[in-house]
Design a protein around this ligand. Sequence first.
Ligand code: C5P
Length: 239
Amino acid sequence: MIGQSIDLRERTILALDFQTIGEVEQCLSQLEGQIRYVKVGMELFYAAGPEVIYSLKEQGLRIFLDMKTHDIPNTAKGAMKSLARLGVDMINVHAAGGKAMMAAAREGLEEGTPAGSPRPLLIGVTMLTSTSQTVMNRELGIPGTVEEAVLQYAVLTKEAGLDGVVASPLEVPMIKKVAGGSFLTVTPGIRPKGAEAGDQSRITTPKEAFDLGSDYIVIGRAVTAARDPLAVWQAVVGK
Ligand code: C5P
């Protein structure tokens, strides 16, 4: 768990869910150099490719590459080996791929990380924050509560040798209890007070997320689609 005295800008990851580098640049310029950590997901990476990573790195930003890899172990390993060469800070795979896949992903990441560079943090996605219990039970055919499924995935992720999980902030206390305080929690599903939930289901405010023990929060549309993104950003992390 981190204290409020730590600079929240280092722990607040802005999701750059755009399709062009131009839109990314416009968003970052509106935020006047206050961003430290960004997330590049499938929407941006599939459209803009490795170039966008190089460009963000040149600006001194830390990068969470959110590709949510989920495949057979050999393919997941190869994917991580390729992505490790980009020099990002954090990367993820779906825990639902199983322990062997996650362990293979870690091996690939270690093999692909350039000598002398730190290995990117490897994080397992538990249950997407857009998934409600009804959807999980009726559509995915997974019985029990979302909390039970998330815990099972968190334990599996730890056993596979990963550094932490993506989960809802609501699940952080029980994850820390079972997996230990140093097992990282990265939490999307963040909505400042009064903001639209949109397609997210298991949500909290930024303050609630940090109070619950999140190591990193991920926030996207509440900032990027706001009329005044800088004002929302400053309300989240302070001035
Ligand atoms: O716009 P919003 O704040 O909902 O964005 C959340 C971001 O976090 C999106 O980029 C989404 O892909 C990502 N994410 C998520 N839930 C997960 C994993 C990642 O919402 N479990």
